[in-house]
Design a protein. Structure first.
Length: 221
């Protein structure tokens, strides 16, 4: 399968282990990879996928920071991580993810901190963080993402959101360069969406919420 461009593996249940150890030489031109299921470790060959553009990992429940093996992928543009990592911290190192434009982080239940070094993800345009209940501080170094155009938080702790408010929030300066910053909460069958950028549209303004009925689903094949 030398010319294979897309590869998807889904387990029947999210706690079932996907065993990819028998793949010793992955398709060299692979562009899209979708893995949904428990992984004991990331496939050792994943860091060699020089042509990979999109990577979706779901239910992996890894013990080791997966970024260590992913940040060197030169052409990766789209990365989504859903219940991928059981650790407490993620570290985006300088020079890592040189082409990444969209990053989604969803339901990393033990995650408490995210660190972004200066020079990491220089092309990132869209960052979505959702349902990480223990992440109570905005990612350290987010101010270095100078090309970021959209920052969205879904069902995140108030301790993270409140300091980002434009009317005196102590951490607002870290995201002031981002044209669109939103926090959303799923309530009563729909999303209440608040802007964290413009005056008069702060989190506390009862009239500022925009109602959106569809659920936020990043995971798409």
């Amino acid at each position: 399968m030398t010319n294979l461009r897309s590869f998807s593996v889904f387990s029947e249940e999210k706690d079932k282990i996907i065993d990819l150890s028998h793949i010793s030489c992955p398709p060299p031109f692979l562009q899209r990879l979708y893995l949904a299921g428990c992984l004991e470790n990331l496939p050792h060959w994943i860091s060699s996928l020089q042509n990979l553009v999109r990577l979706f990992l779901k239910w992996s429940r890894l013990k080791e920071d997966p970024l260590v093996h992913l940040q060197g992928l030169p052409n990766l543009v789209h990365l989504e991580l859903l219940q991928v990592y059981d650790g407490e911290s993620l570290h985006f190192e300088a020079g890592g993810f040189p082409s990444l434009k969209l990053l989604g982080i969803d339901k990393l239940d033990e995650l408490q901190s995210v660190t972004i070094d200066k020079g990491a993800m220089p092309c990132l345009e869209k960052l979505i963080i959702q349902r990480c209940k223990l992440l109570k501080k905005v990612p350290s170094g987010i101010e270095y993402l100078t090309n970021l155009k959209l920052l969205e938080f879904f069902d995140m702790p108030d301790e993270l959101i409140m300091p980002l408010q434009p009317d005196g929030g102590e951490d607002h300066w870290k995201v002031a360069h981002v044209p669109a910053v939103y926090c959303s909460y799923w309530r009563g069958g729909g999303w209440d969406v608040y802007s964290l950028v413009h005056e008069g549209e702060s989190f506390n303004s009862g009239t500022s919420a925009v109602r959106r009925l569809e659920r936020n689903i990043l995971w798409k094949v």
